[in-house]
Design a protein around this ligand. Structure first.
Ligand code: DC
Length: 229
């Protein structure tokens, strides 16, 4: 029987992590766990309850410690359920995404979400995607990938996504904002974005999504056979 791996995929925003992680999970018959959605769901709950990151950090961390999170397949793909409620639509709202960043920087929030994330990965057969999966959440994951792309390539992809709805935005603006965000994410005191020493780094410039998934699937199959049980 093939071993069921725990695969950690980390990297900066815009590197194509989510599509690659979802595609890889599908290819391997594994469960895809989007940890960003957990921080987003917490941000949604905080907004709903009128909580503010500056004044109510402890109350927000308290919710984090009590949330029941499940990823379930639905007709519309895999959705995040919190305390039994489908929050997939809410977690994708731009204002919820914006709030999720300061929420994820609260140290007690990260601590209180640790066990929940580990429990979700406990049985193996998972592709878990985030910022600190290989370094903090699953330091002993069997396969770790740091997926990235050059700043120009990531900004170009983001610019292509944005320009239909926001014709006023320039590439230079997108690049400048992203550089600022990269600086913040890698220099913050709590769980800075960092490649785990034993992670495979994959720079996706010039690669199609299929090529990225092929490469990762080959790596995973090699490891599944090495670890045959
Ligand atoms: O990947 P995303 O945009 O859905 O993530 C939402 C926010 O949560 C983003 O600010 C980064 C943060 N995050 C984190 O700090 N650690 C993770 N493991 C996943 C996401």
């Amino acid at each position: 029987m093939k071993a069921k791996l725990r695969i950690a995929i980390d990297g900066p925003a815009g590197a194509g992590k989510s599509s690659a992680a979802r595609g890889l999970a599908q290819r391997l018959g594994y469960v895809y766990i989007d940890t960003g959605a957990i921080y987003r769901a917490l941000a949604w709950r905080a907004i709903q309850q009128g909580l503010d990151v500056e004044r109510h950090a402890e109350a927000i961390a308290d919710i984090a410690g009590r949330m029941q999170v499940e990823f379930r397949g639905t007709d519309g793909g895999q959705h995040i359920f919190v305390d039994g409620e489908d929050l997939e639509r809410q977690v994708r709202l731009p204002e919820v995404g914006a709030m999720s960043s300061p929420v994820s920087a609260i140290p007690l929030v990260r601590q209180n979400l640790l066990q929940l994330q580990r429990d979700l990965a406990a049985g193996g057969g998972v592709v878990m995607e985030g910022r600190d999966i290989g370094t903090v959440v699953l330091p002993d994951a069997e396969m770790k990938v740091f997926l990235t792309a050059t700043a120009e390539e990531r900004a170009r992809r983001r610019f292509e996504q944005l320009k239909g709805d926001h014709p006023e935005v320039t590439f230079e603006q997108v690049l400048a904002e992203q550089e600022e965000r990269d600086r913040r994410d890698s220099s913050r005191a709590v769980a800075p974005l960092r490649k785990a020493d034993d992670a495979h780094e994959l720079v996706t410039d010039g690669m199609s999504l299929d090529e990225v998934i092929d490469r990762l699937a080959r790596m995973a199959r090699g490891m599944e056979s090495d670890a045959d049980v």
